[in-house]
Write a protein that binds this ligand. Structure first.
Ligand code: GRF
Length: 207
């Protein structure tokens, strides 16, 4: 059974959707540890409520970024983690960590990559930029993490309508409900069932 490590920083609604899907949809996987970069993240409570190990590891408590990467990698390796899931993790991971788990780290981005992504596009800023541009469709993307921000192989995407009177907050909620909470568990299921095949920058989904 696949062992999953989850990195969080905030409310953890994606973590909740993944935990629920594992319980109800028979995904052959188990979350073995949830690590937060923020000691006050509600995501930690969600994990504890499920009896899952929940710990805080902050970059500022380590000598430098590389030492943090090494500590995180050791934490997950010692628990036999085969997939690392970034569920609203607001800390940048370095090459040391990314290379250790090549094509075994998944992230969710709240827009349709390659639009509205890269440095500076996180949280509400993404939805503000979408509204400022006036696009009619946005959505969410699950992708493998590479050393380039939001640049790794795309696994799943789902489009969501932008409505005339949307605020960034209203749009963020719709993107979560209609896209993020659906495609993230689905991508994890495909990975757990061995159905994702990475070919260069493309991901082939096996039947
Ligand atoms: C989500 O919008 C996700 O796309 C972004 O951060 C937010 C996390 O929300 N990267 P939550 O902590 O899962 O509720």
């Amino acid at each position: 059974m696949l062992k999953i490590g989850v990195l969080v920083s905030g409310g953890g609604t994606n973590l909740q959707a993944i935990m629920d899907a594992i319980d109800t949809q028979g995904i052959p996987a188990e979350i073995v540890s949830v690590v937060s970069s923020n000691p006050n993240a509600y995501a930690l409570e969600r994990a504890k409520n499920k009896g899952i190990e929940a710990v805080t590891m902050r970059k500022r408590d380590y000598a430098d970024a590389k030492a943090y990467d090494i500590a995180l990698a050791e934490h997950f390796k010692s628990r036999g983690v085969g997939l690392v899931v970034l569920a609203g993790f607001m800390t940048i991971l370095g090459e040391t960590f990314v290379n250790e788990f090549e094509n075994k780290i998944m992230n969710i981005h709240p827009a349709l990559i390659p639009s509205f992504c890269g440095d500076g596009f996180y949280g509400l800023h993404v939805h503000e930029a979408v509204l400022a541009k006036g696009v009619k469709l946005t959505g969410a993307t699950v992708h493998f993490v590479s050393p380039i921000t939001d640049g790794g192989p795309i696994i799943l995407q789902k489009a969501v309508e932008v409505l005339d009177d949307d605020t960034p907050e209203v749009l963020q909620k719709r993107v979560m409900e209609q896209a993020e909470w659906k495609i993230f568990p689905e991508a994890i299921r495909l990975f757990a069932e061995g159905k994702l095949q990475v070919e260069g920058n493309k991901v082939r989904i096996k039947k």
